[in-house]
Design a protein around this ligand. Structure first.
Ligand SMILES: Nc1ncnc2c1ncn2[C@@H]1O[C@H](COP(=O)(O)OP(=O)(O)OP(=O)(O)O)[C@@H](O)[C@H]1O
Length: 474
């Protein structure tokens, strides 16, 4: 048995024992490299990947290897590092944090300012910020207790939670959280900051929106305080920058951020960034910044599925001290399927209506209000919404649609998603391709043509497309 056969055999066992989504996320990207003396070497994309496997799948990996290779089987990881070399680690041995720099090809030779805190002036206009004893600018409501977990945010939440226990010391540095509007990026970023402050009160945490960072920098430059600005930011232990996409085309701000980023990262400080797009799709940001954004972990927040929407509503209602009948929760969760902010809005409107009019919250009141709300705020049809809707319709995980698999039914679903993405959004063909399965623009064009042809020739296929169209439009 060679390494490929052995690993294939292992995969078939693992696949039967874990959820398909986990399998796709954590096992599909692994490549077997060699098998010698019962030691199987597998290649994983990042050290985070390795740590995650060790933490979550160690038991199943161990049992499967013993079954396939024998009782004295061993597993070695080969981790792809930035300079395209590999680093093999023996089975079940964690990467010691102090050796992390061996694994990541960190450049940086930026001259550093004095670390002394005495002569640092506070360059900011934000009231409350003073030298190191700064207000972290965190919203206490946005904590982990209030952040509801579901398949849609599990990876980002787990990574965020791990960071909060050990800021700067995990492989997730930076943590790059991305996703469409209203899905909880800001909330999660604050939750990490709050938890760090609770566990390590002496640490300096700062949340700042990218726009504000830009304005502060412009002010500091105007008043000749650029160095103070840089020194100030270089003293932060956990720096959270929200909506980094707003730094696009701001060359000078990107330059200064680049230096701050390098300094903090090299000093083992934690960076948390949020954006509405993954690093590969961020336009107008310098390549050197984008490549650094990919050093740690990029984790997306997706549109919550129906069950998670229900949980979110139940917990939100509970927090506000009201009890809603299941029928009402189901109705809202069914009709508001865009993002968490809108779910929250619907619940607040419902409570307001019932309080103002002294009416009980009944299913009729809920229907009346939600129907108005939905028709007034015609939901934006985004690439995420399209992919989620197509996957809901065919009962498949979004991961599969985004994967490279050539299984017929998945290819078909992917083509339908591309067709709707082309007809209902303004996204370019290459963006559509990149977001749906990592394909190029020619594949998207081909998909649109195929769907149009099938609409004319295949009745069953046409009914799929019509149903999904209705779901998107309603
Ligand atoms: N998983 C969740 N659990 C509980 N509340 C959530 C969750 N996700 C989002 N929310 C709530 O939804 C609202 C919108 O979230 P948030 O502002 O974090 O979204 P965002 O992704 O940063 O959006 P934008 O890109 O528009 O700034 C907030 O009130 C937040 O508390």
């Amino acid at each position: 048995m060679d390494h490929k056969e052995a690993w294939d055999h292992c995969l078939s066992i693992i696949r039967d024992n874990i959820p398909e989504r986990s399998f796709q996320t954590w096992f599909s990207p692994i490549r077997p490299i060699k098998l010698s003396d019962k030691v199987l070497t597998i290649e994983v994309p990042t050290s985070f990947f390795y740590e995650y496997l060790e933490e979550h799948f160690i038991d199943i990996l161990r049992k499967t290897l013993f079954k396939v290779i024998g009782a004295d089987a061993k597993l070695e990881y080969s981790i792809i590092v930035h300079n395209n070399t590999h680093n093999s680690k023996p089975y079940a041995v964690k990467i010691p944090t102090q050796n992390k720099s061996d694994l990541t090809n960190r450049p940086v030779s930026m001259p550093m300012g004095s670390n002394s805190t005495n002569n640092i002036k506070n360059p900011f206009v934000i009231p409350g910020i003073q030298k190191l004893n700064i207000d972290p600018q965190l919203n206490s409501d946005y904590n982990f207790q209030n952040f509801i977990e579901g398949e849609c945010n599990r990876l980002a939440r787990s990574a965020g939670f791990a960071i909060a226990q050990n800021p700067g010391k995990t492989a997730f540095n930076p943590l790059f959280i991305y996703g469409a509007s209203g899905l909880g990026k800001t909330h999660l970023a604050h939750a990490i900051g709050i938890q760090v402050k609770e566990r390590f009160p002496e640490k300096t945490v700062l949340y700042v929106e990218a726009n504000k960072f830009e304005r502060q920098y412009a002010d500091a430059t105007r008043s000749n305080e650029r160095n103070d600005f840089v020194h100030f930011y270089q003293m932060i232990d956990v720096l959270i920058i929200d909506d980094v996409q707003h730094l696009a085309a701001k060359q000078k701000t990107q330059d200064v951020f680049f230096h701050i980023f390098n300094h903090l990262h090299q000093s083992g400080k934690q960076l948390i960034l949020t954006s509405d797009k993954p690093p590969v799709e961020l336009e107008g940001l310098e390549q050197r910044l984008l490549s650094r954004f990919k050093w740690g972990l990029s984790a997306d927040l997706q549109v919550p599925d129906f069950e998670t929407r229900k949980t979110i509503l139940q917990k939100m209602a509970y927090k506000d001290g009201i009890e809603l009948q299941d029928e009402i929760i189901d109705y809202i969760a069914n009709h508001i399927n865009t993002n968490v902010r809108e779910l929250e809005g619907a619940l607040v409107s419902l409570m307001a209506q019932s309080t103002l009019n002294r009416k009980e919250i009944t299913i009729d009141l809920a229907k009346d209000l939600i129907d108005k709300l939905v028709s007034n705020t015609r939901k934006e049809i985004t690439l995420d919404v399209i992919q989620q809707t197509v996957c809901d319709y065919f009962s498949m995980p979004v991961d599969q649609l985004k994967s490279k698999t050539r299984k017929r039914e998945i290819v078909q679903a992917r083509q339908i998603a591309m067709y709707f993405a082309k007809s209902k959004t303004k996204s370019s063909l290459s963006t559509i391709g990149a977001r749906i399965g990592g394909k190029d623009h020619a594949t998207v064009l081909h998909a649109c043509k195929t769907v149009k042809n099938l609409l004319d020739t295949d009745k069953r296929f046409k009914s799929f497309v019509t149903d999904i169209d209705k779901m998107l439009e309603n």
